[in-house]
Write a protein that binds this ligand. Structure first.
Ligand code: NAD
Length: 346
């Protein structure tokens, strides 16, 4: 049996990644697409062979045959569309961040629960084979106790007139909300820890839009580790390696390029048995590092298949609304910390 999908918002991520992923998914079928720019919906219908193209949400939701919707519209549209979908009894895979604020995200989650529909969050980077492998190694104790971590995601995003993402009122936030959210989620997910306190500098260094173009965030995790996130809209695409690093009392896992929309990059594992005593030589031979190979796939296909399975088997989605709400709480507290110039609890 296949889950029949309606897609709400056929722009950037839906067109470029998630719909192609849905086409690969064995338990899913694209039935209807909708965009308030009707030309975009019609183009996607033609290209991917959907049955229907619409330019109102109501038309998608009126289709009895649709089981679930994937919402990939600008953040300020999420709440209204998700509430309508829940009211119509459709399960919802909602892009990150779920709402403009934590309060909005909680309202959506509560309403979905009351309506008896499943709500999943678009934190698809968890499905990367690299990230799964890192999680597996860390939970098997390969690094000992995790003491320090870092995640970086950047792009070059100069002013675009009318752009919703650069307008804090329509996006909820800039580099930190848009990109940092993946970094925070990955650090917590892979290490199996949760943020307890956060400090942050979110600012506009380069561009004059109302959303932050750069953010540096420091978290204290519930196991005592510290974690650093850097998210920028003002570093050229080819200049950053989007590093993801975990350090423990027995070694490290260092990744480059895995925080991405495609499953690519590399990870290196270094472990040390030489920790019994202080060694004044402070040997930093990099020859000990082992490149870890993984079998890569398509994160968006896995995301769609996983959510469809939750519907088919009546189980919790693998990435829950609560997961996304917690990460957004960290982001919201980080913005507050930046504004108030002090550390905030999560
Ligand atoms: N998980 C990921 O990899 C990832 C990557 C990028 C974006 N996103 C998230 O996906 C969402 C969309 O981002 P994007 O980059 O695709 O944006 P986008 O601006 O490229 O595309 C948004 C689309 O929604 C349409 N739209 C606007 N208002 C609408 C409305 N009221 N009803 C229906 N359609 C409407 C636009 O015409 C456009 O086609 C955001 O929440 C964003 O954070 C996730």
């Amino acid at each position: 049996m296949k889950i029949k999908w309606g897609v709400i918002g056929c722009g950037g991520i839906a067109y470029r990644r998630t719909i192609p992923g849905m086409m690969l998914s064995e338990n899913s079928e694209l039935v209807a697409v909708m965009d308030n720019n009707f030309d975009a919906a019609k183009k996607v219908k033609e290209e991917f062979g959907a049955k229907y193209a619409f330019n109102t949400v109501e038309e998608v939701l009126a289709l009895e045959e649709i089981d679930a919707v994937y919402i990939a519209t600008p953040v300020f549209c999420h709440k209204e569309q998700a509430m309508k979908a829940a009211k119509a009894g459709k399960h919802i895979l909602l892009e990150k961040p779920m709402g403009l604020t934590v309060e909005e995200a909680k309202e959506i989650a509560e309403y979905c629960k009351a309506q008896g529909v499943k709500l999943g969050a678009g934190l698809m980077m968890r499905f990367s084979a690299y990230h799964q492998k890192m999680k597996e190694l860390i939970s098997a104790g390969a690094l000992g106790n995790i003491v320090s971590m870092r995640a970086q995601l950047t792009c070059w995003y100069p002013e675009i007139p009318g752009n919703w993402r650069q307008d804090k009122a329509r996006s909820g936030g800039g580099a930190l909300m848009d990109m940092g959210i993946h970094c925070i989620d990955l650090l917590q997910y892979i290490s199996g820890t949760k943020a307890e306190a956060v400090n942050c500098f979110a600012q506009n260094q380069t561009f004059s839009y109302s959303a932050d173009d750069s953010a540096a965030l420091l978290m204290k995790m519930d196991n005592g580790a510290t974690a650093f996130v850097d998210a920028n809209f003002n570093i050229p695409d080819n200049a950053a390696k989007c590093r993801l690093e975990f350090y423990g009392t027995k070694g490290s896992i260092l990744a480059e390029g895995t925080i991405s929309q495609v499953e690519s990059g590399k990870i290196e594992l270094t472990t040390s048995d030489d920790t019994a005593e202080y060694n004044a030589k402070q040997n930093r031979d990099t020859e000990d590092a082992t490149c870890i190979e993984v079998v890569t796939g398509n994160m968006y296909e896995k995301e769609i298949t996983s959510f469809a399975n939750a519907i088919l088997n009546n189980t919790e989605p693998e990435i829950t609304a609560e997961d996304a709400i917690f990460v957004q709480t960290v982001v919201e507290q980080a913005y507050a910390a930046s504004e108030e110039g002090c550390c905030k609890g999560v």
